[in-house]
Design a protein around this ligand. Sequence first.
Ligand code: UDP
Ligand code: MG
Length: 279
Amino acid sequence: MVSVVIPVYNEASNIELLMRGLDEVIEKLCERYSFEVIFVNDGSNDETYDIITSIADNKKYVKLIDLSRNFGNQIAVSAGINEAKGDIAITMDGDLQHPPAVIPQLLSEWEKGYEVVQAKRVQYRNPSFVRNILSIVYFYIMNHISSVKIEKDVSDFRLMDRKAVEYFKKVTERRRFVRGIVNWLGFRRSYIEYRINPRLQGNSTFSIRGLFNLAMAALTSFSLMPLKIASLLGVLITTFSSVLLLIISYSYFFVNKEIFRPIAFFAVLNALMGGIILV
Ligand code: UDP
Ligand code: MG
């Protein structure tokens, strides 16, 4: 069985069209695969919930996980993966940017023996200039300091086989960056390319703040760089203030007691403590 996992947050206007696309694929592949479609409603405040429940009433293979509030896309995807029963889990967005028609390609890579198949978008231009710049800077930083490579045109549109899913489930980070986790897991991987659709209805539900949080989760889970910077700073401050302390003590005892300034002494002592704590 193939589990298709779709996190949705206020996607009421897209779900029916998406379902139509999925049904076409499911019909085409029904002789070789059975399917379940798991929608994860991530605390939507539009008609998303009602639309999915009415679809699920008619179609046995459609399931709904209704999260108690908006947890964010990464948690929603993970919740769906956790509940997937299939031998294969495919994750995709619910805004039609990830075309269901690509699913057969993902599956044919799996048939070749790959355990993780990542869909990679081609010819994609981010609609907003600011987002474009941010994303370039972000990928530059990430790939220069982190321990796993994060490819630029890759999103959470991928296939994972049961083995990869089981290991994915063992990762329990709350602030998570799914792409990084999946890369970190390893396994035999393959890529397919697809043309990303512009968002059909509504705007990207990721705010700049949401993206920033995601970037921070990625940074702090996959890079020691922030810690290394803190340590280095600590070593520098410790060294520098130790030297100053020696000079101050020396001048107090051996040069001239008159020039001793308690405030300078305590400032340096304080810096030394700060440096030691940073280390
Ligand atoms: N999403 C979600 N929770 C959120 C934000 C987004 O489940 O808090 C879903 C959204 O409905 C969509 C997918 O995650 O199916 C990707 O979101 P979006 O299209 O807004 O992101 P982008 O394409 O800009 O990366
Ligand atoms: Mg989108």
